[in-house]
Design a protein around this ligand. Structure first.
Ligand SMILES: Cc1cc2nc3c(=O)[nH]c(=O)nc-3n(C[C@H](O)[C@H](O)[C@H](O)COP(=O)(O)OP(=O)(O)OC[C@H]3O[C@@H](n4cnc5c(N)ncnc54)[C@H](O)[C@@H]3O)c2cc1C
Length: 391
């Protein structure tokens, strides 16, 4: 059975902002035996469309979902797991942790030093700019969430300062195709976890600066600066009411540009080797990220210039209810390709769980097959103890 604390597609219903669209194109939306079949394969789903897509899959798959049941504790027993919920307890021999990778916002500890006069929001709380007080906004973090929110809030007429650390720059389209088409076609997204050079790093990689819009626009730092968003360095500290930004902005830009160009080289190489040149446009290279003439290093948070802060600093899973010692001191689940470090316990939906695409909707299909294969083998090879039977 599948236990869900809300309704099917709960995270898309409850934890996303109003204007969000997927950054993955519609043709890529697929779950086992279920694909997008609408009129706009190159478009990007709104949240209402994602909810419908996932809900239709749950019905078509006949998934035995029990909704509005919150798991409050999981502990190991002699022959499996004891699952406590707000609607009674269950026992099972195997259990799959499919509770998501983005349950909680990852907010740096320096938040504690921010003056109480400022409104602070995480992306899980943010819905639209009307929630914010009038006045300037500091958005901390420039990955997919940060650039999208900086753009939307700036369009609402507020001045926006965007604090930028390490980030992944991508054009929306390359050589006439969606950049995620290239990730898919060139096999990068299918790369297995045991083939990735630095798996720990790959699992912590920030999300790419991408947005899904009907006009397929690129939302990089050049676009944001040109629109009037002020770009500053990484937020390094908050001291005596001053936000202190790192001076390493140019280095972050150079590194992101370098990595993007390397990726584009890989795409070009793939197109050449697979004789796909005729299917795509000419190779392109993009203007390097423009560094501001001088980016400010401090911002007086008490001056009234900034009235609110959005912490677009990432997400993390919540395992507070998992009473099995499989989470390391940094909060990461100990697992090998989704096979958790406890018999009969599995995970799915975590970054680079088994493939680079693992944390995306279309990544679930291949990972689920592999994880379920292992799980079925485990069940076949372990016997159920009868009451009173010795171990
Ligand atoms: C802002 C944002 C944008 C994204 N955009 C894209 C995108 O464009 N394309 C894409 O492919 N992916 C995107 N993703 C990634 C996306 O989250 C995953 O693709 C997908 O949601 C993963 O599904 P999941 O079922 O593993 O996790 P989730 O969707 O997080 O589902 C986990 C479920 O577990 C339930 N749950 C958690 N704890 C408990 C508990 N204790 N008891 C009972 N139920 C519980 C939750 O209610 C939730 O419904 C985005 C993620 C975020 C945060």
């Amino acid at each position: 059975m599948v236990l869900e604390r809300g309704d099917v597609a709960n995270s898309w219903r409850r934890e996303r902002w109003d204007s969000l669209r997927l950054l993955t194109p519609n043709w890529q939306a697929r779950l086992p035996g279920h694909r997008y079949d609408g009129p706009d394969p190159d478009g990007y789903m709104t949240m209402a469309e994602v909810i419908e897509f996932v809900s239709r899959f749950a019905v078509a798959a006949g998934a035995p979902v029990r909704t509005h049941i919150t798991v409050t504790s999981v502990r190991q027993t002699d022959d499996g797991y004891h699952v406590a919920t707000d609607h009674g307890d269950f026992r099972c021999r195997t259990l799959v942790l499919a509770s998501g990778a983005c349950n909680l916002p990852s907010v740096p500890a320096l938040r504690q030093a921010v003056p109480g006069s400022l409104d602070c929001l995480t992306p899980l709380e943010y819905r639209n700019p009307d929630q914010l007080p009038e006045g300037g906004v500091l958005v901390v973090g420039a990955s997919a969430t940060g650039v999208q929110l900086a753009d939307e809030i700036h369009r609402s007429g507020r001045s926006v300062t965007l604090s930028v650390g390490e980030h992944v720059r991508l054009p929306r389209t390359y050589r006439g195709r969606d950049v995620l088409w290239w990730m898919d076609a060139s096999g990068i997204w299918n790369q297995r976890y045991d083939e990735v050079d630095d798996l720990t790093r790959a699992r912590r990689l920030p999300s790419p600066q991408l947005v899904g819009t009907p006009e397929r626009r690129t939302l990089d730092l050049n676009a944001l600066s040109a629109a009037g968003v002020e770009v500053v360095g990484r937020l390094a500290a908050v001291r005596d009411g001053q936000a202190l930004f790192s001076g390493g902005l140019r280095n972050h830009f150079a590194l992101a540009d370098l990595k993007m160009n390397r990726l584009l080289d890989t795409f070009d190489d793939w197109a050449h080797r697979h004789s796909r040149e005729a299917d795509v446009g000419h190779p392109e290279r993009f203007e390097p990220t423009r560094a501001p003439a001088s980016s400010r290093l401090t911002l007086d948070l008490g001056s009234g210039e900034i009235r609110s802060i959005i912490w677009a600093t990432g997400f993390r899973p919540d395992y507070s209810w998992l009473d099995v010692p499989v989470v390391d001191p940094k909060g990461h689940l100990r697992h090998e390709g989704g096979v958790v470090d406890a018999p009969g316990l599995y995970a799915i939906g975590l970054p680079v769980l088994r493939r680079r695409k693992s944390t995306f909707i279309h990544g679930a299909e291949d990972d689920a097959r592999d994880v379920v294969d292992h799980l079925a083998g485990y069940l076949a090879n372990t016997t159920v103890r009868q009451p009173g039977q010795a171990r």
